[in-house]
Each structure stands twice: as C-alpha cells, then as structure tokens.
Design a protein around this ligand. Structure first.
Ligand code: ATP
Ligand code: MG
Length: 488
C-alpha cells in the first residue's frame, strides 16, 4: 500500500520533472531559433529596400534628364509609369512595392496588399527625416508558432524618393518572410518528436534508478521485520562500493551488535539463574535435613544452620554482584573528589590481609608519599578490592602481593601483582567475561562467581580508563589499571 503510493508519487515527480526540463529547453531553443530567423528576414528586407531605393533614384534621374520628343507627359508621370517595370526587371523576389506622393497618397502599388495603412506614421517619418524607416507588423507570436504554422509578421521599409521634378515621395517595400516561415515550420515537428523522446528516456532512467533505491528500502524493511520477528541471523546484501552498499553495511553492523548483545544477555541470564540455583538447592537440602533430624540431633541442627547461613550469604553476595553489574551497565555516574590514592591502596591492603588471615602472604604497598587524583574514591576502591581479593585468593601461602602506583602525565597507573598460580594463556581473553572462571579456579576450593573482573572492567571503562593483564602460568599475574587523573 505504502510502497505503491511511493512509486506512483515518484513516477509523477519524474514525469513532471522531465516535462519541465525538456519542455523548458525545447521552448527556449525554439524562441532563440525563431528570433534569429526573424532577424535574418529583417536584414533581407532592409537590403532589398536599399536596392529598390537605389533603382528608384536612378529611374528618377533618368526621367529628369531624358524626355522623348514624341512624349508630352511630365517627367513625374513617366517616372510613376516606368518605375514598376524597372523594379520588375531587377527581379527582387518576394517583395511588394507601393509608391506614395508627398501627401502620402498612393500613386502606384505592385499588388493591392502592398498599400498598408497601419504604417502611415512610418511613411511620414521617412518623408520628414529623409531617411529609411522600418515598420514591423506583428505576426502570430512565438507560442502560437509552437502549435500552428509560424507567422513572423510583415516587415515594411519606407525609403524616401525624390521625383524628377524635385518633389518628395516614399517608396514602401512590403516583405512577408515566407521562406523563413517555411524553415521554422519544417523544424517544429522533428523538434517536438525529439523533445517527447528525450522526456520518455528521462522518465525511464529516473524510474530505473528509483527502482534500485526502492529495492534497498524493501530490503531494509525486510531486515527490520526479521529483527522484529527475532531473526537476528538475517543480513542485508551488500552490493557495490557506493552509498547504498555502505548503508547496507551499517545496518548489518547494527544487527550484528544487537545479536551479540542479545546473545550476551541470554548467556548472562542463563548463567545467573544457574549460579542462583546452586545455593537455593543447598538451602532446600539442609532444610529437609533440619526437618527430618534437626529436632533430635543438636549437631546436625548446628551443621544445617551453618550451611544455610553460608549458602544464603553466598546468594546475598551474588545478588549484590548482579545488581552492581546492572548499575555499571546502565552507565555509572562518577563523582569527582580529590583523594590520596596511595592512602586508599594501603587501607585496602590492610583489609585484604585481615580477610585472608589464614594465608601466610606478604603484602607490599606504596610508600607514605601521597598520590592525588580526582575521581570517585568508592569506585576506585571497588576496583582495587576486586584485584587484591583475586591476588590473595589465587596465591598460595608464602606468596607475595604487591601494589605499585604512579602518575604518567594525566594518567594514574595502578599495578596489582602476585606470585600465584597465574592464568593459562587460553583463559586470558575471557577473564573479563561475566561468570568466566578458569578451569583451575572452578576445580579449586576457592569459591567465586566469575563476576569480580567483569565488574572491575565495567567501572574502569566507564571512567574512561583501561584494564589489562599480564600473566605467566605458575609464576604470577599482574593487572594494570590506567585511569584519567581527573581535575576539579
Ligand atoms: P568472584 O566473582 O568471586 O570474583 P572469581 O574470582 O572467580 O569470582 P573474577 O574475579 O572475575 O572471578 O576472576 C575470573 C577468573 O580469572 C578467576 O576465576 C580466575 O580463574 C582468574 N583470575 C583472576 N585473577 C587472578 C589472579 N590474580 N591469579 C590467577 N587467576 C586469576
Ligand atoms: Mg574474583
């Protein structure tokens, strides 16, 4: 429905456009050509008039000087009688003549049509100013010439003449540019055909290119429909290295991003449910034990209560971590507070040491000198706690945990190293993924969800920083955090 109306609309626009362009060009060309041909006709009429004027002057001179002995007619009368013959003998083609006396009364005309009253003013001007004057009688106009036979009008040239007696008169040349009109008539039809043909070609070309664009619109709509229907594996065909191909490429990249996000979300929900199911199952198991034997056996009762307490703490920690991830996903709002990073690190080292008291680890931190930065101390503390917790957790007794801090121009660098088990190289690309735990960690006695590094990664990226890892299996691991120093 919509598509066909767009097609019709584009067809109408292209027809209108072609008609305007081709029509405009044709009419302009026709006007220029007609005007030029009319100019040629005027020049032809003027040159005939000057030729006729010269002949008339010669004839008048002849009649003044030469008078036959047997003729009693005055020279002016003979002039009027003999002039037509002389003009006819000169064979001036396509022209009509009329001769007027000083009172502008016609004395002779080659055809009755040669006496044109409408040009009286021109004749008077020629008589008074003693020079040639042109009067144009308008024709049918250019627009009329587009549809019917061309009519270029009539050119009348008035030439002053002196009669043998010395009296003044006017010789009119009346010129109908018939040959020029024939030329114009002969170009009209081929020109119209050419204009129609070019308009059709133009409409076809525009329709073809628009059909191509409309196909892309169709493809885009289909892609949107398939996304709507949850089919994220569909892709648009990328044809050609042009804007249309680039658009299809962009849409494909968008779909890919949506697909990755969708996959990650599905995995995340699956993993989270799985992780939650384990403590819930534990709690339910111990509740049954309590119900069965708890009343009689105080030892079983105590064990069950301890286990339920442990499992519910685990659940509380997991839900806390999930909420934390959710918040960091939605984009964190960072405070900008001035604080001493070295003091914060020393504080966290002490907290880690007291948490992992049963492990005999050496902790090395930054010295007393302050390292000032402007950021959100709570978030920075989160990141350092996560890294220190991992370092202590994955380092066996006797190992060493070191934190180094330094400033490099506008960046603060924190390195957390340990001499622990290290991370296998095939695990390195995945450790920042949610719920990812290396094979060794999964099988070890150390509890964990695989969420700590994902949370740290989110926080550091939101602050505009970077987190990286360097690890040699069996030797130890170093996490490097770079964060903008910030300013107030
Ligand atoms: P939790 O969600 O409780 O932090 P976790 O410690 O297993 O669980 P992460 O902190 O995200 O999860 O760490 C992901 C994995 O990276 C760990 O399971 C472990 O395999 C590996 N890892 C992280 N830090 C270290 C380290 N310092 N030394 C060795 N392996 C490490
Ligand atoms: Mg951890």
């Amino acid at each position: 429905m919509h598509r066909s109306s767009l097609r019709t609309w584009l067809l109408l626009v292209s027809i209108l456009f072609a008609a305007l362009v081709v029509g405009g060009v044709s009419v302009t060309t026709y006007v220029i050509v007609t005007d030029g041909i009319r100019g040629i006709a005027v020049r032809r009429a003027t040159s005939i008039a000057s030729e006729a004027g010269r002949i008339a002057t010669g004839q008048s001179e002849f009649n003044r000087i030469f008078s036959p002995t047997d003729d009693t007619k005055p020279p002016d009368e003979r002039f009027v009688e003999e002039l037509p013959r002389t003009l006819a003998a000169a064979e001036i083609a396509g022209a009509q003549f009329a001769l007027y006396n000083a009172d502008l009364e016609p004395l002779w005309s080659s055809t009755p049509g040669a006496v044109v009253e409408a040009t009286d003013n021109g004749r008077l001007a020629a008589l008074q100013n003693k020079r040639r004057v042109r009067s144009d009688l308008a024709g049918g106009g250019v627009i009329q010439g587009l549809f019917t036979s061309a009519d270029l009008g009539t050119v009348v040239v008035h030439s002053p003449v002196t009669f043998p007696s010395g009296a003044q008169g006017v010789l009119d040349l009346v010129f109908h540019p018939i040959e020029e009109e024939t030329v114009i008539n002969s170009i009209r039809i081929p020109m119209a055909m050419l204009a129609i043909a070019s308009a059709i070609v133009m409409v076809l070309l525009m329709q073809t290119s628009m059909a191509w664009v409309l196909k892309l619109v169709d493809d885009l709509r289909e892609a949107a429909d398939s996304i709507d229907a949850g089919r994220l594996s569909d892709r648009l065909p990328v044809e050609g290295d042009n804007e249309v191909g680039a658009l299809a490429g962009s849409v494909n990249r968008l779909i890919e991003r949506l697909q990755r996000r969708h996959d990650a979300q599905t995995r995340f929900v699956g993993d989270a449910s799985h992780e939650l199911a384990t403590p819930v199952a534990g709690i339910r198991g111990y509740t049954s034990i309590l119900r069965e034997w708890g009343a009689d056996d105080p030892q079983v009762r105590q064990e069950a209560i301890d286990a339920i307490d442990r499992e519910s703490r685990r659940m509380a920690r997991l839900t806390g971590d999930l909420l934390n991830l959710l918040h960091t996903d939605q984009g964190l709002v960072f405070k900008s507070v001035r604080f001493d990073l070295n003091a914060l690190v020393r504080d966290r080292l002490a907290a880690t040491a007291s948490r992992w008291l049963d492990k005999d680890l050496e902790y090395v931190g930054p010295g007393e000198s302050p390292l000032i930065m402007f950021s959100d101390p709570d978030r920075v503390e989160d990141v350092i706690s996560i890294l220190l917790d991992n370092a202590a957790k994955y380092t066996p007794s006797g190992g060493k945990v070191t934190v180094e801090t330094r400033r490099r121009r506008d960046v603060i660098v924190v390195e957390v190293s340990d001499t622990g088990q290290g991370i296998p190289s095939h695990d390195l690309p995945h450790i920042f993924d949610r719920f990812y735990r290396s094979e060794a960690s999964r099988t070890s006695s150390e509890a964990g969800f695989g969420l700590g590094l994902a949370i740290a990664h989110n926080i550091v990226e939101s602050a505009g920083g970077q987190i990286g890892v360097d690890s040699v299996e069996g030797e130890g691991t170093t996490f490097t955090v770079q964060m903008p120093r910030g300013r107030l």
